[in-house]
Structures are given as C-alpha cells and as structure tokens.
Design a protein around this ligand. Structure first.
Ligand code: SF4
Length: 764
C-alpha cells in the first residue's frame, strides 16, 4: 500500500497529563494546525475528543472537557483511536480477484471495480431474482451511512435482504424495549445515575466495556448509592459491590423472577404505579411467585439469602436504575432477560424520574442510531415497521418510489448465512462488519461467504472478512467525514471531518452513490454531502418513534448533542423518557410473565464446564482496529482462557499453560489465566481475535427465537492441558505474553488481588 508513514508514530499516545489533570504541552514534533472537535469512534459512550491535525494528518488526540458525558476523560481505546487514521495498513485503492476465487486480490481502478460490481449484481439478480443479493451493514458508522445502506438495499438494489451487525449485539435489548416499554432507547441519560439510591448492574462489564461510565458509578457511590452486581465473573465494578451475585451464565431470568418474588412477598412493589401506568401485572406476578429464592438459588448457583438481600436493597430504593449489556442479552433467552429487568423496574415504579429506570449499555459506537435508521431486516427509518402500510406509504413518498416497489422484510443477518449456504443469497455487499470474527460457528460462516458468486466488502483495513471477498473497496474512517451518531443515552452527536481519506480511498456514501448510478438508480441518491443525507433522514423519521425531525447539525453543536425524540425545530430534545407516557398507544407499559428456560446447551459428562465470551478493555469488537494499535495489542496480544484456581488444580493446569478448550463446534488452544474472580464451573475467552484465535469457533449459533441473536454467552465446554502451543504462538514474543498475562492479572477484573471470597460460589 502506498501510505506515507512519515507521521505515523505508533508509540505516541496522547497529550493529556493524567497526573496534572490538564492537557499537557504538545508532545508531538509536528506543529499542530487545528483541533477538530469530534467524538471517539469506539464504544456507545461516544466520548468527546479533539483530533489534532498537522500537515493534513491526524497526529494526536485531546479529550474534550466541554462534552458533558466524559468531562475530559478518555479510556485507553479513546486515547489511541487516532492511530488508525494514518495507519500503514489502511486500504488506499480498490482490490479485486480477476481470475476466480483462488486468484490474489489485485489493485484495480474505481471504474473497473464499480463497473464489475454493478454488472455482476445485475446479472445475478436477472438470473435469480432481486433478493439473490443481500446487504450486510454495520453500526460502527454514522446515522447517515446506516440510513443510506437501508435505502440503497431497498431502492438501489430492490432486495428485501438488508440487515446489520447490531443483530449480534443490540437485538435482545431492542426486543425487550419494544415488548415492555414501546420505545427502543435508553430510558435515562447516564447523568441520572447520580440521582439513584441503588444501581443494579446485571450482565454488564462496565469497567472494561464502557470505562468512562464507571466514573458515574463512583460518583453515585460517593453520594451514598448502593451497588448490586450480577455476573459470573467478578468484574472490576463487582469488587466494590454491596451485593455481588456471581450467577451461573444463562440463569438471569430465574434470578430476576426471584427478586420480583421477594418484592411481592415483602410488599415492596408500587401498586399505584402498577395500577396507573402498566398492563399485565397479574400474570407476571403469578409467574414470579413460582420462584422462591431457594428454587432460584439452585438454578443460579447462588445463596438464597444473597438474592433476598439484593431484592430488598433494590425494592427499598427511592430511585433505582438497572443497567444491562451483552452478558444478559447474548443468550437464546436474551429478549426474555431484558423483559424480566423491565418487569422489576415497572413493579417498583422505577421509570420517568431522575435516577429511576432500566437501560441497556450499547456496545457499538452507533449501536443506538444503527438500530433505528432503517437498515434492519424488518425496519424503515425512525423505528418504523417495514410491514406497516402507513409506514411503507410514508417512506416510499420520501424516497420517491411507489409503495409496491418497496421490498418487504428480509432475513436478519444471522439467517443470511444459512441462506447463502443453500444458494438463496448469491451475492453480498458488506460494510463495517467482520463476521469472520464476530459470528458464531466460524467454519460454517467461512463456507457460506466463500460460496458466494460475488462478495464485495467496503472497509478501511483488510479484515479477516475482506480476505474472503472478491472485491474490496477502500472506505473512510470516522475522522475523514462528518455525520451523526446516537450514543448509548439516545443523544445524537456529530463527528467532524479532520482530514481527507488517504490515497484513493473514498467516503462510504460517495461509493454507494456511485454504485447506485451504475445500477441506473442515481436519481434516488443525489447527495453531495453527509448533510444532504441527514436532511432527508430527518424527514424520513418525522412523526416516527425515533423522531429526528427537529435535530439539525447546528442544534447538535449548540447543545452538545440532542436527545431524540426531537419532533420540532423548537424542541430541545428528550433526555429522559416515560415521564408521563410509555411508547404504546394507551401510554401504558406492558408486563410479560417470563418463565425461566435453561440455556440451549447445559454441561454434561463430555463438556462439563460453561464457556462464556466477552470483551476486554483494550479491544473493540472484532479487533480490526485495536489489534492494529500497538499499545492496545501489547496489553492483550492474543486470546486466553480464564479459569478458576480450583478448577485449574482439578484439571492439572498451571497459570500460563496452553489449554485446549473444546465445544461441539470446534476447539482452540490458548494460554491459561488462572484467577479467583470467575465461577469455578465457568471459562471465559475474549472474542476480539481472528482465524484460529477466534472464540467464535466455539460458540453456539443457536438463536433467540424472536430477534435472532446468537447465544454467545453460554455453551457447554471442556478444557484440558495441551501438549503443545498452537502454531500462531510462534509469532508471539514470550516476554510480551508473560507481561500481558501479568498485567491482566493485576487488572482488578481478573486479578490475583481480588481479595474477598466470592460469596455463593462453591470452592471459591
Ligand atoms: Fe471511546 Fe468508549 Fe473509551 Fe469513551 S469509553 S474513550 S467512547 S472507547
């Protein structure tokens, strides 16, 4: 790749002096020309930052004090995010295979690449129908691009198969919000945490996955709030919890039902709120009364008195918040688990007030906006329904097409793979996604993608998935375009452009516009800027649940973000939902009884342990960016398996030994990290790595029945000491590995210094 490496300094981190608590003098040799206000490209917190620009390059970062969420803080990912912009691995020209699947990816011109794509898409659709081509989109990109991808699929390609990688993270939360509350957005801004008496975190590793949110937890604690944490691992925040519930993976709804049982039997429910603002209580109450703490304790692997203590603490609060994330949602019962959280909050009247609510912590940078802009299989912009006649008419009118020409619902991303396998889907355009790391049952995914007649990927690095593509188009990173995202709070914020894309790389919306022209649909995509797309998107969401109509780029900058719904130009947005009404036509929330159903796979003789997977602080999602950031890679250079001291002794495994972990899908060999901060019956492997290091070789592809999220967080597994290290270990510096293991063990989440005995965990 022809990249100017002159300004790329992988060792440079940032110019913020954490000890002095203020920006440090420039530590770059370059003369800084501009500070561009923008936001971190990684997690859903979307911290405010300035990018430092010198000689047309992004050379550093400053945290923003003026952004109300991070107040001058950034986590290790945020401080190094800028290093991806000038990275030598950036894709700077189109690549294509000219002589079939086994030929190499070779440099191509934009005309050659785009002409080939348009011709092949037309041929495939001519032969097999419009739905033979699918769009697989992403959520770590702006609202404008998410909106564009949904429109391009339905109007540019005329296919019903359009979905996105948020299917793998946010779809359980969406299902729960839609079923219980009627609006798919966080009920509260993060600052509400400071008004809570009790904070209940279940299935969310806040310290590692949303590091900056941790500061709100500590501030709330300083004001006297109590903390309850439920997690199979003693995560960093669990160390200081008032009540820690180290539950068995996949048993969340049994715990939540049992807490509701205690609230009911000890008269801690809010009958007035239930009567005035909800429906369906009696059925839910009857179901919860089947879960006395003694029964739930056996299911969850907890002590009954710990469940009672947690329930009392939660039930006696004036204002309590529940925070969840993928730990609770990455399950085949993920929607049920979210509904069970909402049941608890509704039963205690914990909605519509400062510090009272239930919200999911969104993982992807634009995991919120990405799920409301119309790129989901059954959705149109604004959280409109693709099968709703009025929604169809309205969006068709905005897009300038007839309603009959608007395709109906297609396959969610997780069902596209089997459709590719049976050759129903024969071509795919993918953007901002890396399923060769992120989807479960990797062997099947690889076979499906390799079998496509045409596989096109837009990306800025050659990801594991790009390696299988027939054509790769170089797109932009967040610093090279403007546009909006919607943070985990529901706050719409704006990225500002700092530099131009490198080499021949182009902005993604320009690539899509050019492709539309070549498909004869250019008149529907006349945009000359991201702002043009945003303005159309505002109209498309007008009057919908996720109403952005009153939001403008100027208002976002003036207000430091705008919470949707913002229905009119005069509106300043809606930071807290449900103060008077829930999102259903009668304004009332809905209880749903949630019977506990075990995970799809439970331990047995052959696979006696439970495997769970997740993130670590140093990496983001599939690691496509963070594994290219030297500082982050050094901290976590490869996956490992965390296992408890007791289990390690039983299996004859020492810290640092190579261990082979097996499930019914496959096996992988990784180093052991022996800790006391995990249930003895549980293994944990981080999922940020590719090829033979991908934890998703092992995970169970079973899907949640309604919203089709895979069960990443629980499957049956075995672990044995390996005879030898895997081949990839040859490329690892043993000293670095040792240092990373040491660093991980002194991180409180896994550390040797976790101190107190884990209550309720046998053998701890
Ligand atoms: Fe970026 Fe999230 Fe870290 Fe903030 S907390 S710096 S948004 S990764």
């Amino acid at each position: 790749m022809s990249v100017d490496k002159g300004l790329f300094n992988p060792r440079q981190t940032d110019t913020y002096d954490f000890y002095e608590g203020k920006p440090a003098p420039w530590n770059s040799e370059e003369e800084i020309e501009r500070l561009v206000p923008t936001h971190c490209c990684y997690c859903g917190v979307q911290c405010g930052m300035y990018l430092k620009v010198a000689k047309g390059k992004v050379v550093g970062v400053e945290p923003r004090y003026d952004f109300p969420l991070n107040h001058g803080m950034l986590c290790p990912k945020g401080t190094t995010a800028y290093q991806t912009v000038n990275h030598p691995d950036r894709l700077t020209y189109p690549l294509m295979r000219r002589n079939g699947k086994n030929s190499p990816l070779e440099r191509a011109s934009w005309d050659e690449a785009l002409d080939t794509i348009a011709r092949r898409f037309r041929e495939i659709q001519g032969q097999h129908g419009a739905d033979a081509v699918a769009v697989y989109s992403g959520s770590s990109m702006t609202n404008e691009k998410c909106y564009l991808m949904g429109k391009f699929a339905r109007v540019g390609l005329g296919t019903r198969h359009c979905d996105y990688n948020g299917r793998l993270c946010m779809s359980s939360a969406t299902g729960a919000n839609d079923r219980s509350l009627g609006i798919d957005r966080a009920a509260n801004p993060i600052s509400d945490m400071l008004h809570s008496d009790v904070i209940f975190v279940i299935g969310a590793n806040v310290g590692e996955c949303f590091p900056i949110v941790t500061s709100y937890l500590w501030q709330a604690r300083d004001r006297g709030a109590k903390l309850i944490v439920a997690d199979p691992r003693q995560t960093p925040i669990a160390r200081t919890a008032d009540v820690f519930l180290p539950l068995r993976s996949g048993t969340d709804s049994a715990l939540l039902n049992s807490m509701l049982y205690v609230l009911i039997t000890e008269n801690l429910v809010d009958e007035d709120f239930i009567g005035a603002r909800t429906n369906g209580w009696e059925e839910t109450k009857a179901e919860a009364l089947k879960y006395p703490p003694e029964r739930a304790a056996k299911v969850c692997g907890l002590k009954p008195e710990t469940i009672i203590e947690a329930a009392r603490l939660y039930g006696q609060a004036n204002a309590a918040m529940i925070y969840t994330a993928r730990g609770l949602e990455h399950q085949s019962k993920g929607v049920d688990n979210g509904v069970a959280c909402a049941n608890l909050a509704l039963a205690t009247g914990n909605f519509g007030r400062p510090g009272a609510g239930y919200m999911t912590l969104t993982g992807q940078g634009n995991g919120q906006g990405g799920r409301e802009m119309g790129q989901k299989a059954s959705q149109l912009p604004g959280e409109r329904e693709i099968e709703d006649p009025e929604d169809r008419e309205y969006i068709a009118s905005i897009w300038g097409i007839e309603e009959v020409d608007l395709p109906h619902a297609g396959y969610p991303a997780t069902l596209m793979i089997p459709a590719m396998e049976r050759e129903e889907i024969r071509a795919c355009l993918m953007i901002c996604s890396n399923p060769m790391v992120s989807l479960p049952d990797q062997h099947t995914v690889e076979r499906a993608l390799r079998g496509l007649d045409l596989f096109v990927v837009i990306d800025f690095f050659l990801s594991e998935t790009c390696e299988l593509a027939d054509i790769v188009l170089p797109g932009n990173v967040w610093a090279e375009d403007e546009g909006t995202t919607t943070s985990l709070e529901g706050r719409v914020i704006k990225y500002n452009q700092a530099v131009e894309p490198p080499g021949e790389a182009r902005r993604d919306w320009e690539i899509i516009g050019d492709l539309a022209k070549r498909l004869g649909k250019g008149q529907y995509f006349p945009y000359t800027s991201a702002r043009d797309i945003f303005d159309e998107m505002r109209l498309a969401t007008k009057g919908a649940k996720a109403d952005y109509f009153g939001i403008t780029y100027e208002k976002i900058e003036e207000q430091n973000g705008v919470f949707w719904p913002c229905p009119t130009p005069e509106s300043t947005g809606t930071p807290r939902l449900y103060e008077e009404r829930f999102g259903f036509p009668d304004g009332k929330a809905r209880f749903h009884p949630i019977p506990y159903i075990p995970p799809a796979e439970e331990p047995d003789e052959e696979y006696p342990l439970v495997l769970t997977t997740g993130r670590v602080i140093y990496h983001y999602l599939s690691g496509n960016q963070t594994r290219r950031t030297p500082f982050l890679l050094e901290q976590a250079p490869c996956p490992w398996v965390e296992l408890h001291t007791t289990m390690a002794q039983k299996l004859g495994i020492n810290d640092g030994d190579w261990v082979t972990v097996r499930t019914r899908r496959g096996e992988m060999t990784v180093p052991a990290l022996v800790v006391r901060s995990i249930r003895p019956d549980t293994l944990f492997i981080p999922y940020h790595y590719g090829h033979t290091q991908a934890a998703n070789i092992l995970t169970n592809p079973v899907l949640e029945p309604m919203n089709k999220i895979p069960e990443y967080k629980v499957c049956a597994a075995s672990a044995v000491r390996a005879e030898r290290a895997p081949d990839w270990a040859k490329d690892l510096d043993p000293e670095l590995l040792k240092q990373a293991r040491r660093s991980r063990k002194t991180l409180p989440s896994a550390g040797a210094n976790v101190g107190p005995r884990v209550p309720g965990v046998p053998g701890a």
